[in-house]
Design a protein around this ligand. Structure first.
Ligand SMILES: [Zn+2]
Length: 302
């Protein structure tokens, strides 16, 4: 199975990207999709660099998995779990780990500096899913190692999760004019464009919401889900960055290390915050009240 997953991963990524490009071209949600070719090319170049670095990091992950296998270490090896069920457990645990790492990337100042490269994109489209600082890629590859070791996940389980993760990430970053009702239905299972666009809002309460990577259940479960009726009106990006920071490879690599005084976005007009999921918005309103009561933001901007 490992050989199959190894063989099909890159073709599946390419097919998902190709399909999304076709759909984005036919029904873009935002203006200027065709004009954004330059950004897409730069995102792909960054993805190639990160892919090489990520492959080296994957060797470290694979090494830990082999050591655990040889020593019989890991919860799934100590408990009588059906092989199929162990795949489900692995998928859920790895997706929850991804959710936790994403929150850490927003709440820990050093990680936020790196993660801001992903968030200072001023337009959403499928390749934005590949826009990460190379050092953050190293972190996201290596940070799950203790979890993988503790549970004793094998290589096929980890590969299968990543086979699903990337296409879903490209989908929820996509510039896709999908009917809101369809988006809402799909959102019950996986993260959708309208859900993730909100995460890319310039306004911090929205930036610090909707952290899930594949399954949307984590945001529902932990109260970080946020919605707005007109998700396509979100103002993407972060304040305090120059065009060079946000549009060039050099800017993506260097901007985390400069001096930044990025301000928080202004609160959008209240009619844009009308929820399409009353329960989710009620909990978001409570969190906002708590956040505004705090003397200082827990999240450093840039
Ligand atoms: Zn984020």
């Amino acid at each position: 199975m490992q050989e199959v997953l190894d063989t099909i991963t890159v073709p599946v990524y390419a097919a998902a990207l190709g399909a999304l490009w076709i759909i984005e071209g036919l029904m873009p949600a935002f203006e200027g999709w065709r004009e954004a070719r330059g950004q897409r090319a730069r995102h792909l170049l960054l993805a190639a660099i990160n892919g090489g670095v990520g492959a080296a990091m994957a060797l470290a992950v694979a090494g830990v998995i082999v050591v655990c296998e040889r020593s019989g270490f890991g919860l799934l090896r100590w408990m009588p779990v059906h092989p199929a069920f162990s795949f489900v457990i692995a998928f859920l645990v790895l997706d929850l780990t991804q959710y936790a790492m994403h929150i850490a990337a927003h709440k820990m100042p050093l990680l936020w500096r790196l993660h801001s490269v992903h968030h200072n994109a001023t337009r959403m489209e499928a390749t934005a899913a590949m826009r990460f600082h190379t050092i953050e890629v190293c972190f996201t590859c290596l940070a799950p190692i203790p979890v993988i070791a503790l549970f004793g996940f094998n290589l096929p389980q980890v590969l299968l999760y990543h086979l699903v993760l990337m296409p879903v990430a490209m989908f929820h970053h996509a510039d896709l004019r999908m009917p809101p009702a369809l988006d809402r239905w799909i959102r019950w299972v996986i993260v959708t464009p309208r859900m993730h666009w909100i995460h890319h809002s310039r306004w911090q309460p929205e930036t610090d919401s909707n952290y899930s990577a594949v399954l949307s259940i984590w945001d529902r479960l932990f109260g970080t889900m946020r919605s707005r009726r007109h998700a396509e009106s979100v103002d993407f990006g972060l304040d305090g960055f120059t065009d060079e920071d946000t549009e060039t490879l050099r800017g993506w690599f260097l901007s985390p290390f400069g001096e930044r005084k990025a301000g928080l976005g202004e609160k959008p007009p209240s009619h844009l915050l009308v929820p399409d999921e009353p329960e989710a918005d009620a909990s978001a309103a409570e969190r906002d009240a708590a956040r505004h009561a705090a003397p200082a933001s827990a999240t450093m901007r840039g």
